[in-house]
Design a protein around this ligand. Structure first.
Ligand code: ACO
Length: 430
């Protein structure tokens, strides 16, 4: 084997497979010729060892706890958190200059409102409908109201579609909440920047305007930034998979919302709070919960712990832990759940089960504490995650669709069903 080739011997035949090397030195065996040359496929359920694409958007080193967007370490965004800036960075590849930033901000402001007919759709959902179901349906519905953006042939059309989606998702999210409470929809305020406008649509009333501390805006900007991309996670891979059939941007991102909903992915932030609340309510102690999470037969996991890629601290969790403490102090809020979370973390990080398996807090462990302090109800947490992750989905959809070599994604399988079987007519079946 040379440095840039791997040799594989199967049935006495040796084939050479190229080795690809990424920017940071990570290496992958290119098996695109494997089936043609050997007749065999590669078997990798849940894709734990498969690089499904090459991508220039986000870099993660899970062993060292590194996360970078377009080369910039995540920690750099913490001092002046600006979600709109990071959105541009991810989608268009570099930090926006002043003119680009102003143009994009204007686009977000001008597109915040929903078509009146679109608002009527909310009335068709029961008040108790899961917010992620509404969000996914309404993002798909957006495609009906922007038929001119179903085919994105020019950079300008793509920018318009991306801007509309980024802008409208927060209106959709806010109206989902308002509908669930039977509250009137609040029009977006063109004077407000992105995150303030979202909180205004969530919490203002026709007779009173919601005001918040700058620390709340900073914290929410940061929460959205920390969720903005995470390379080939479940929802992003879903967006790529759907987009590979040349499905439009709205349909592809709606599919991403559905993938994010699951409790092992974005839905974990809700499950973390339910876990902390059950401990707070006295159902079991933190230590008893940890013991149950270690027992495979219990079906319980320590929610907000563990990650497919991070085998060290998730850098997002480290930032959120300290932001949650700062925000609660600033707001003068005492949340018993923060204390319980710290206690659980402390017990887990001294327990061989978690240490041996390299299970550390992930992004969902502390984000809920911050969202609660801001007044976001628990059932909206995953929707907030979706607002944050949308720039990542759009970036990946765009990167894939800009690749002239793009092909429809179509994995293989190893068939394990019946061998050739005979069809038996119904009257002859026993
Ligand atoms: N609590 C208890 N045990 C765990 C946990 C946990 N949270 N996470 C993993 N393990 C155990 C597994 O049971 C397995 O044990 P074993 O080796 O004895 O069989 C071992 O640790 C390795 O874990 P895997 O299952 O291989 O991890 P995988 O990469 O498949 O799953 C996942 C990662 C889904 C995040 C998992 O850690 C988990 O379920 N965590 C809780 C849910 C959660 O917080 N999800 C959010 C992830 S971040 C995100 O999507 C934004």
């Amino acid at each position: 084997m040379s440095d840039n080739k791997a040799e594989l011997t199967i049935d006495g035949k040796t084939v050479e497979l190229p080795i690809l090397t990424g920017t940071e030195g990570e290496r992958a065996i290119d098996i695109t010729s494997l089936r043609n040359e050997t007749g065999l496929t590669a078997y990798d359920p849940a894709f734990g060892n498969t690089a499904s694409c090459s991508s220039a958007i986000t870099y993660i080193d899970g062993d060292k706890g590194i996360l970078r967007y377009r080369g910039i370490p995540l920690e750099a965004f913490a001092a002046y958190p600006n979600f709109v800036e990071v959105t541009w960075l991810l989608i268009f590849g570099q930090l926006p200059n002043r003119a680009e930033y102003e143009r994009f901000s204007r686009q977000l402001t001008e597109n915040a409102n929903l078509d009146e007919d679109m608002k009527h759709h909310f009335a068709g959902f029961p008040r108790s409908a899961p917010p992620m179901a509404i969000l996914s349906a309404m993002i798909s519905t957006l495609s009906c109201f922007h038929p001119q953006l179903l085919e994105l042939d020019t950079p300008d059309q793509f920018e318009q579609a991306a801007g509309r989606l980024i802008s409208k998702i927060r209106t959709l999210a806010a109206y989902t909440y308002r509908h669930s409470r039977g509250l009137p929809y609040i029009y977006p305020d063109p004077k407000l920047p992105y995150v303030s406008n979202f909180l205004h649509m969530m919490f203002s009333e026709p007779y009173s305007t919601y005001m918040c501390e700058p620390e709340v805006l900073n914290a929410l900007n940061l929460v959205l930034i920390l969720h903005a991309d995470h390379e080939q996670n479940c929802s992003t891979s879903t967006v790529r998979m759907v987009g590979s059939s040349r499905a439009n941007l709205f349909a592809s991102c709606a599919a991403g919302v559905s993938a994010l909903w699951g409790r092992l992915h974005g839905g974990a932030n809700v499950k973390v709070i339910e876990m902390l609340e059950s401990i707070h309510g006295g159902k079991q102690t933190a230590r008893e919960y940890i013991e149950a999470a270690k027992d495979k037969s219990s079906g319980i996991k320590l929610m907000g712990f563990g990650h497919r890629v991070y085998k060290n601290f998730d850098p997002r969790a480290t930032i959120l832990r300290s932001v949650s403490e700062q925000l609660l102090n600033k707001l003068g809020v005492t949340d018993p759940l923060l204390e319980i979370a710290r206690n659980l973390e402390d017990i887990a990080l001294h327990d061989d089960y978690f240490l041996e398996r390299k299970l550390y807090p992930n992004v969902d462990f502390y984000s809920g504490i911050i969202l609660r302090a801001i007044g976001i109800p628990t059932n909206m947490f995953t929707v907030l995650f979706a607002i944050g992750r949308l720039p990542g989905w759009i970036s990946h959809w765009h990167e894939q669709n800009s690749d002239p070599k793009m092909r429809i994604a179509r994995p293989r399988q190893v068939y394990t069903g019946n061998p050739l079987s005979e069809y038996v007519p119904v009257e002859d079946r026993i």
